[in-house]
Design a protein around this ligand. Structure first.
Ligand code: 0WD
Length: 254
């Protein structure tokens, strides 16, 4: 049957088969869940559709978190298709590549606001939209990074955004807890993905983690996916407001 049999979840942030969201999606399906995916515009549609077919996933349409109408449409589609939601994964972040290098102090107002909108506010507005579909309780999961806690080279405004995202996890956990909706984050170690390729010196960061993490390796999408199953299934029914490191233990030494 599987740990996630009978559960239905929406997974946001699959850009391609290397996305962390894809690792989580695959693990959920392997454990018996039914999932829905979205894509960000026509360019990603072509990449997401075959991945959805591979996972037997419902495609809930175009989703750009800066466009509230696209979010309305996605949640209307889920309400029509399933009428309820058991879990939701938010694996979305964005910042101008030119500001993911050099000094944080140079951050522009425009990019600061855009980074916060796409990487932080989106989780809150999505939680609000998911709430009415989770009348029997549910689990929300977002993705964060150690740059929220410590200064990491080049992570800059994204580190500030992840700190705000982690605080959002705690506030949302309180707001939604009475409805048995749990809210948690996985703080993943560095993984080579499309978004990560925009970060300055990323290959060096990967190597640094490999040499210094207690497990002497970087993490994979599959490892993050398996930890995701814990948060999205009833195994973690007593856990909310948590930021959980899946980083080969790097945070204890870094
Ligand atoms: O090392 C890493 N890769 C880590 C990533 C370590 C720790 C955390 N994370 C986080 C990221 O910050 C992000 O929150 O994991 C999450 C997923 O990122 P990913 O899997 O590394 O990256 P990717 O496969 O690129 O997926 C992120 C996607 C976007 O891709 P691009 O490459 O176009 O930025 O987020 C989506 C988009 O599909 N996205 C949006 N979706 C809807 N509306 C938007 C938007 N406006 N902007 C980006």
């Amino acid at each position: 049957q599987g740990l996630m049999a009978g559960k239905r979840g929406l997974i946001l942030g699959v850009a391609n088969n290397r996305s962390i969201a894809f690792g989580i999606a695959k693990a959920c399906v392997d454990h018996g869940a039914e999932i829905a995916l979205t894509y960000q515009g026509e360019a990603f549609k072509k990449r997401v559709e075959p991945l959805a077919a591979e996972l037997n996933a419902h495609v809930a349409g175009h989703c750009d978190v800066t466009d509230p109408e696209s979010l309305d449409a996605v949640f209307a589609d889920i309400a029509k298709h399933w009428g309820k939601l058991d879990f939701l994964v938010h694996a979305i972040a964005f910042s101008d590549k030119d500001e993911l290098t050099g000094r944080y102090v140079e951050t522009t107002r425009d990019n600061f606001l855009r980074t916060m909108d796409i990487s932080v506010f989106s989780f809150t507005t999505i939680a609000k939209r998911a709430e009415p579909l989770m009348s029997e309780g549910g689990s929300l999961l977002t993705l964060t990074y150690y740059g929220a806690e410590k200064v990491m080279p080049h992570y800059n405004v994204m580190g500030v955004a992840k700190a705000a995202l982690e605080a959002s996890v705690r506030y949302l956990a309180v707001d939604l807890g009475a409805k048995k909706i749990r809210v948690n984050a996985i703080s993943a170690g560095p993984i080579k993905t499309l978004a990560a390729s925009g970060i300055g010196d990323f290959r060096y960061i990967l190597k640094w983690n490999e040499y210094n993490a207690p497990l002497k390796q970087t993490v994979t999408q599959e490892e993050v996916g398996d930890s995701g199953v814990y948060f999205l299934s009833d195994l973690s029914r007593g856990v909310t407001g948590e930021v959980h490191h899946v980083d080969s233990g790097y945070h204890v030494v870094g």
